[in-house]
Design a protein around this ligand. Structure first.
Ligand SMILES: *[C@@H]1O[C@H](CO)[C@@H](O)[C@H](O)[C@H]1NC(C)=O
Ligand SMILES: *[C@@H]1O[C@H](CO)[C@@H](O)[C@H](O)[C@H]1NC(C)=O
Length: 114
């Protein structure tokens, strides 16, 4: 192969890679299927973790809506309803998950006005 062709191939490859990286480091994407078992699992993790931290006994009722963002892992930002047994309330939460490392962390859990 001539040097020129090698350089062209290399440039083409680099251009493709940079487009791909932009796609990976995207913005917030709405979660289309909020009944996805993995999304429910994330929401249950968040409620359980918040209960532990705050000494509460809330239970997840349902996921209302959510968004994900790819970072070094995936951030799940969810709106849910949870109940303490007598009253139901809306909450907004964020969980960072790194699937390969089996890592999850609740980074935010705040009540929303109904
Ligand atoms: C959560 O609900 C609030 C208020 O309705 C809305 O502004 C926000 O976009 C929702 N967030 C998600 C992640 O769905
Ligand atoms: C989890 O998130 C909290 C709140 O953002 C942060 O203070 C804490 O350091 C995080 N824990 C880990 C292990 O990253």
């Amino acid at each position: 192969m001539r040097l020129q062709s090698v350089v062209f191939l290399l440039l083409g490859f680099l251009a493709t890679m940079s487009v791909r990286n932009q796609a990976i480091a995207g913005g917030w994407e709405p979660i289309k299927n909020i009944n996805d078992p993995h999304v429910i699992d994330i929401a249950n993790y968040a409620v359980t973790e918040h209960d532990k931290q705050a000494g509460l006994n809330l239970k997840l009722e349902k996921v209302i809506s959510g968004e994900t963002k790819v970072v070094d892992g995936i951030i799940y930002c969810l709106n849910i309803t949870a109940s303490d047994g007598s009253a139901s309330n809306k909450y907004n939460l964020a969980v960072l998950e790194k699937l390969e490392q089996h890592f999850r962390n609740l980074t935010s859990f705040v009540p929303l006005q109904n």
